[in-house]
Design a protein. Structure first.
Lengths: 1021, 437
């Protein structure tokens, strides 16, 4: 009695908790259900057979073998069914408005124009950038979507997190059930997570249009959020000052910046996972990652983030290898990824990474179960898979008391299957959402299978029907004595079996059609013979259908063929090169790039990555690795003072004329094949620069080419921060196309003014900050990352690397630097620097130039190959740079051009790519020459490095060998072998369809096309 | 109006600033004898201390003891080296002056089929790229139009002369064809589906076939005297008759196979240009006797799974497979002067040195069908040669003198003029710490 009373109270609460007026007659359907004779996964690991579940008003009231079922409950006999807790998907855009797709551009010009056009919000006090929308509430835009709900339920899902899907900072999500009815009844938690991505859309519009721009925008917004909170609290205490601007977007970020709301970072590859992790750490955010399926590539780094992952099972289709020619276009990392992807979940599990599974990132959501089964076949434990769909997601959304298991008091979300979810032929029959039953695939109502004796009217022969196959799609065989025929039509229509067959061979003329009602042990109906006569037909069951034991061979599961290498793909290393304690190179010709010049027959001792001793007949300590370098030339590792290699997703942020806030450091790409190729040419360090689309561009990053290591490990920590400036045709958009005529600046006059204006603003900013800092009652100055960078230049903490061509603009920037008292570290390219060398020398600015490029655009008509030598001979520190992933493979040969053009000594020529660029980067105490105490960054050459006949045989960084021509020979063969084996594996095991013959590039690994590349957004050189 | 002004000003600027001041060499009036030098004949070995004599623009004697006419100008080149002109075999010189400045681009005519346009028509003898290229020993270029399926007719140019007519060594040298992509390609702006791309490819090939079939029919009509002039069909004559080759850009195996099959079917002579995957079909190329011009050996490998040396090793592999090949480059024509160094780097990657030198001299000349005039130092051939202080495939050596048809070539250029101008500046300022060599 007490129980019934409490149930009654509960019912009343439901009614009272709704605001909708009744429409027509109120519906009060029974809300008490008892599921009996059912196997129940109460939790991922605990299964009870022959169990009962009592549901009342959408909530599980009781579960167990011997529970009491009230008489009022509707009984559901679930014999043969298994119940799992309803699955939870933490990353969907279910019920959210479809994101607007910008019209794709049809030409490069159009795409560039799009990148320049900023759509700005026109109403409301929202953030200036229309892709920062933290105030978006998924619950405000939510509308249950019948079709989508049906699709998700068909996979077993009952609850999802519905999140806004466009923009960088997207807004907050809601937890919703996949039932029907109004939005209000389905939302079970709103304002859940703030969703952020650093992935730009394929064809992005306005700022930001690069990955580094996106990261900068998120960083700036979070800073703005912190500031807004502080500014308003200061203002509340002291209102006799101008009120900080009203900003509803920043107000919405309060919970995030004060660590009260979790953030989900949605990222598309493993490097972006790591990047998002760094950003989260920078702001001490409480966060999750929506992963991508590439986690296995950098598993230990991902593990190090110590963060739960919402993990997709977006395993790729097999690459198209139909013909040997098509296979040539498929990269090894794509082949390997196809092989590895289904093992990503188990690899994460084994590494101890907590994850929930999601349908996100699947092109076709219905593939979810097939892929998950594949993952289970490849090693993921079933209970772990169930947990990743139930208890883990429930915990991650702090709803473990409401969702995730089949236990008393939980929302009645259940999946009913015909058996083990991870067996392909198991069917999902129904999904219960908050106590409401949704049929997915009903059990067949009738079953005609069996062997029947069939009497056609009063014909004397009795036919035999042998009906097998599936109940919904039976397969019929008709026989008379020894003659057997197959009907041309045999199908079920409701409870009718429809047959049509050619009867001549069984003594019936022409085509016979039958419509038979199926009952248990009885078939009865009418038919028509070929002469039009109607016949009554009846049949009796001779023997019942017996399901044949499954004789299909179990799928042979082939584990991934190889181990993961670093970076994944061709020429990756199984592990990073070791650093031997001591290495001795003996009897080499050593190009010191120091005053000692070129030393013949000399030894070089390395200790713990540093140069220990240079000299003749050095005696090696114990356990030294001795390398006989007789006949070889040994030079410092080469340095490229202007590189755009190893940068992910966009070298230019061209969305604004000044982008000093963007940082190459955020987007170093350890996996760029250029790193390996340039190592093979003796290059060991590179100054990674932003492109030249803007007068003041982004911040640089100096790296060592440590192939196999992580981006963070490649960075030279001691390198002084720098920034790219650009003068001349590129920032004024001269070669972008006729329609690019509005962005400021369009002239060299404008370039000068915009730079001056920015430095003026930085001075004001600095002053304002120091004033505000002195008075806690004043609203603090908002941290402006753009001006921070300029302030660092003014404080001599950031080096300027200025892309420049003509002498007038070179002189101009020197005058600006005189006025604002900042130092320029280098002029980059500086093609007409030779015309004004005395001024460059006076200012002690380095000249980092091309050896002999010219004539490709108007501002290089006076570029001459003698420029390097002339400037050198006037006393300027000159280096030769590549600005090209191709040329960076042979910087030694570029240096040789100074000998040809102007007769520079060979010794000095090599300095153009060793110690001179080191000086320009303020790293001359660490790299760039062979000198005791410096880093052991070395290249070993088969002949003089200035000869075209020379090959780089080994490349060492910090006393670790990162390239060896001999190892490369082996790797080359290994790559070929792997390709063959993987192609064969695809041909052998392919079940999924092939990708089209145009291979889909792996994310950010294809250098062949980068829609944000040099030419695309305003160039670099 | 404003646009027109800008347009005109660009043209005027170009005329003023971008035309060379070098004066073409005078016709050879008396014999010249280069004595005591290393004579690298390319075809008949090297004379370590020999004499080469040329008269009226032709080589008249080479040997260790050559009788020197009394009126000859004798130049002692002890310690120096003589080489035949290097050839830039897939050149854009003459057609493009500054890539980014549209008024200076004459390389691509509109439309897909332009067999009638002629490269030599648009060459500006005062173009600045001519002097800067020849100073590296490249005295001959095979200049090729670009674009479409049939780009136009190519010509071999001498890098000196008062008019473009002075400069022509051979024209037409060949018909430039770009073979359609055989496998669908991806570009973010390409709206065509895979099927549409394949359809277009098949149409292009059948249009190309039609062009030649029509050309044949046209020739028959012409014999009968019953025809109206069609410039495009008219221009096909030397190619239909198999006298001159088609220079077919084809990189992939399928492109090469398709092009070779096409030529065989129509009985045309072809040369493969690009040839990235030529090595994969070496049996076919050998059987059909099709030469290949490698143009991308200095470029990045097109696939990540290619090893770093992949393209550098192509010449070696071509040589080992016994294929007839030359080395050229495409891309920026201001970089053509670096072809000898690219070839030198191929030596580092296994190509025998002599083969490297041949690939930019005699083998290139043979492919171009001009080997009776140039490509090696032989009696009777043009005195188009240069003197170097070292191996021309080494960057660190320099060309000291050059002759085209026995005419002395001015080795100064826009570059040396600017160099000298600014050295004057620094000398006057007293800041030049070291003289340039």
């Amino acid at each position: 009695m007490k129980k019934i009373l409490s149930l009654f109270i509960f019912c009343a609460n439901i009614i009272l908790a709704q605001t909708f007026p009744a429409e027509g007659i109120r519906s009060n359907q029974p809300a008490q259900h008892a599921l009996i004779n059912i196997s129940v996964y109460v939790t991922p690991t605990k299964k009870i057979d022959n169990c009962k579940i009592l549901i009342s008003d959408g909530v599980i009231k009781d579960v167990g073998e011997n529970i009491t079922i009230p008489q009022s409950a509707r009984i559901w006999d679930c014999a043969g069914l298994t119940a799992y807790p309803g699955f939870i998907d933490l990353s969907t855009d279910y019920g959210q408005p479809k994101r607007p797709q910008p019209t794709a551009p049809t030409s490069m010009q159009q795409a560039m124009m799009m990148q320049q056009t900023q759509a700005t919000p026109t109403r409301g006090s929202v953030y200036w950038n229309n892709r920062v929308r933290p105030e978006n509430l998924a619950s405000n835009n939510f509308l249950p979507d019948k079709d989508a709900a049906e699709k998700l339920r068909a996979l077993g899902f009952s609850t999802v997190v519905s999140a806004p899907s466009s923009g960088f900072i997207r807004g907050t999500s809601a937890v919703v059930n996949l039932g029907d009815g109004n939005p209000h009844s389905q939302i079970i938690n709103s304002n859940l997570f703030q969703h952020i991505t650093i992935e730009r859309e394929q064809m992005s519009q306005g700022y930001p249009n690069s990955l580094m721009g996106a990261i900068s925008l998120v960083r700036q917004t979070l800073l703005d959020g912190q500031w807004y909170l502080k500014a308003n609290s200061v203002y509340k205490k002291n209102t006799s000052q101008t009120k900080p601007e009203e900003n509803s977007s920043l107000a919405a970020l309060e919970a995030v910046v004060s660590n009260k709301q979790k953030v989900v970072f949605e990222v598309n590859d493993e490097l972006n996972s790591i990047r998002a992790g760094s950003l989260a750490k920078e702001f001490n955010l409480n966060y999750l990652l929506r992963g991508n399926g590439y986690e296995y590539r950098r598993l230990s780094a991902i593990k190090g983030l110590n963060v739960p992952i919402i993990l997709p099972v977006n395993f790729p289709d097999a690459p198209n290898v139909e013909t040997p020619q098509l296979a040539l276009n498929v990269e090894l990392d794509a082949l390997r990824h196809w092989d590895f992807a289904p093992e990503n979940p188990v690899k994460l599990k084994n590494a101890g990474i907590n994850f929930a599974l999601t349908t996100s990132q699947l092109k076709d959501v219905t593939k979810f179960r097939e892929n998950l089964i594949n993952a289970v076949n490849r090693g993921l434990k079933k209970e772990d898979a169930i947990a990743a769909l139930t208890t883990i997601p429930a915990e991650l959304i702090d709803m473990e008391n409401k969702l995730g298991t089949i236990e008393n008091g939980k929302i009645a979300n259940l999946v009913l299957t015909t058996g083990d979810y991870f067996v392909e032929k198991t069917k999902i029959r129904e999904v219960w959402v908050a106590g409401k039953r949704f049929e997915v695939k009903a059990a067949p109502k009738v079953d005609a299978r069996g062997v029947w004796n069939v009497q056609l009217g009063n014909l004397k022969d009795t036919l035999t029907f042998d009906i097998t196959g599936e109940a919904e799609t039976p397969s019929v065989s008709i026989s008379l004595e020894k003659t057997k025929i197959k009907p041309t039509v045999s199908k079920m229509d409701g409870s009718n079996l429809i047959l049509s067959f050619q009867g001549d061979s069984i003594k019936l003329k022409g085509v016979v059609r039958l419509t038979l009602n199926v009952e248990k042990n009885n078939l009865f109906g009418r038919g028509e013979l070929s002469d039009g006569s109607e016949i009554l037909t009846s049949a009796t069951l001779k023997s019942s259908f017996v399901e044949k034991p499954d004789t299909t061979k179990p799928v042979i599961v082939e584990k991934a063929l190889y181990d993961v290498v670093y970076p994944e793909g061709a020429f990756g290393f199984a592990k990073s090169p070791e650093q031997p304690k001591n290495i001795l190179f003996t009897n080499a010709t050593i190009w010191t790039s120091e005053t000692e010049g070129i030393l013949q027959n000399t030894d070089l001792l390395i200790e713990q990555g540093k140069i220990k001793e240079i000299g003749k007949n050095i005696s090696a300590p114990k356990n030294t690795i001795v390398i006989d370098a007789t006949g070889k030339h040994l030079s410092p590792g080469l340095i490229d003072c202007h590189s755009h290699a190893a940068i992910s997703d966009g070298v230019n942020e061209s969305g604004q004329a000044i982008t000093s806030e963007v940082r190459i450091a955020d987007v170093v790409n350890s996996d760029d094949m250029s790193v390996y190729r340039q190592l093979a040419g003796g290059l060991t360090s590179a100054n990674l620069l932003h492109g030249s689309a803007n007068a003041i561009g982004g911040q640089n990053q100096v790296i060592k080419l440590k192939w196999s290591l992580l981006p963070e490990e490649m960075k030279i920590k001691e390198a002084k921060p720098g920034i790219k400036f650009a003068l001349g045709e590129n920032p004024k958009q001269s070669n972008w196309g006729e329609q690019f005529n509005t962005r400021y600046p369009q002239t060299r006059m404008g370039v000068e003014q915009i730079i001056r204006d920015e430095f003026r603003a930085a001075q004001d900013y600095k002053l304002a900050k120091s004033q505000a800092a002195k008075n806690p009652n004043l609203i603090p100055v908002r941290t402006d990352l753009e001006l921070e960078a300029l302030e660092e230049i003014l404080d001599s903490e950031r080096l300027v690397h200025a892309h420049s061509y003509r002498q007038d603009e070179i002189l101009m920037l020197m005058r600006v630097s005189d006025d604002f008292k900042f130092n320029i570290a280098t002029f980059q390219h500086v093609l007409e620097g030779y015309k004004i060398a005395e001024e460059i020398e006076k200012h002690k600015i380095g000249a980092s130039c091309f050896s002999d490029w010219w004539a490709y655009k108007y501002e290089v008509v006076d570029a001459i190959p003698y420029a390097g030598t002339i400037m050198n001979n006037v006393g300027v520190n000159v280096s030769f740079n590549s600005d090209s992933n191709e040329m960076a493979r042979r910087m030694n040969l570029e240096a040789a051009k100074a000998v040809r053009y102007g007769g520079m000594s060979e010794e000095d020529a090599l300095k153009l790519v060793t110690i001179n660029p080191a000086k320009q980067l303020h790293l001359e105490n660490k790299i760039g020459s062979i000198k005791v105490g410096k880093d052991a960054d070395l290249a070993i050459w088969s002949a003089s490095p200035l000869s075209t006949k020379a090959l780089c045989e080994q490349t060492w960084i910090d006393g670790r060998k990162f390239y060896d021509r001999k190892d490369d020979e082996i790797a080359k063969l290994d790559v070929a072998k792997q390709r063959t084996e993987l192609v064969q594996k695809i041909l052998r095991t392919k079940k999924s369809p092939s990708q089209p013959s145009i291979p889909t590039p792996m994310p950010r690994r294809s250098y062949s096309y980068d829609c944000d590349g040099e030419v695309f957004t305003g160039g670099s050189r | 109006m404003k646009t027109l002004k800008i347009f005109l000003s660009i043209i005027i600027l170009n005329l003023n600033l971008f035309s060379s001041d070098q004066i073409p060499g005078r016709k050879q009036t008396k014999p010249i004898a280069l004595i005591n030098g290393s004579i690298h004949t390319v075809t008949n070995g090297t004379l370590n201390k020999g004499t080469i004599l040329f008269e009226n623009g032709k080589i008249t004697a080479i040997g260790e003891s050559v009788v020197i006419p009394s009126n000859a100008e004798v130049i002692d080149i002890s310690g120096k080296h003589v080489y035949p002109s290097l050839i830039s075999i897939t050149s854009q010189i003459g057609l493009v002056e500054i890539e980014a400045a549209r008024p200076t681009r004459d390389n691509i005519e509109t439309g897909k089929f332009n067999p009638n346009v002629r490269a030599e028509i648009t060459v500006n003898p005062d173009g600045e790229l001519i002097p800067t290229t020849r100073t590296n020993g490249i005295l001959l270029t095979h200049t090729m139009p670009e674009g479409g399926i049939v780009s136009g007719k190519s010509a071999v140019l001498k890098m000196d002369g008062w008019t473009q007519e002075d400069m022509v060594l051979d024209a037409p040298t060949g018909l430039v064809v770009n073979w359609p992509n055989m496998t669908p390609s991806q570009s973010p702006f390409l709206r065509a589906t895979e099927e549409e791309q394949k359809k277009e490819r098949d149409k292009d090939i059948s249009d190309l076939k039609n062009l030649f079939e029509n050309g044949k029919a046209y020739q028959l009509l012409k014999k009968n005297g019953n025809y109206k002039t069609d410039l495009k069909l008219e221009s096909l004559e030397p190619f239909i008759n198999g006298n001159k080759p088609l220079y077919v850009s084809a990189n992939s195996q399928l492109q090469i196979e398709s092009a070779v099959q096409f030529a065989k079917e129509l009985n045309l002579k072809i040369v493969i240009v690009g040839g990235g995957e030529a090595i994969r079909v070496s049996d076919l190329l050998k059987k059909e006797n099709v030469p290949v011009i490698l143009t991308d050996i200095y470029q990045l490998p097109s696939k990540n799974w290619h090893d770093p040396d992949y393209n550098w090793e192509l010449p070696k592999k071509m040589y080992e497979a016994g294929l007839q090949f030359a080395v050229g480059m495409r891309g920026e024509n201001s970089q053509e002067r670096n072809i000898p160094f690219h070839t030198g780097f191929a030596v580092a990657h296994g190509l025998p040195y002599d083969e490297a030198l041949k690939s930019i001299t005699i083998n290139a000349a043979k492919i171009l069908g001009i080997e009776n005039k140039v490509g090696s130092l032989e009696v009777g051939k043009d005195a188009t040669l240069f003197i170097s202080n070292g191996d021309p495939l080494e960057i660190t050596s320099n060309v000291e003198r050059a002759f085209i048809d026995g005419r002395i070539v001015d080795l100064t250029s826009h570059h040396t003029e600017l160099r000298d101008k600014y050295i004057r500046k620094y000398e006057d300022l007293g800041v030049l710490k070291k003289k340039l060599k």
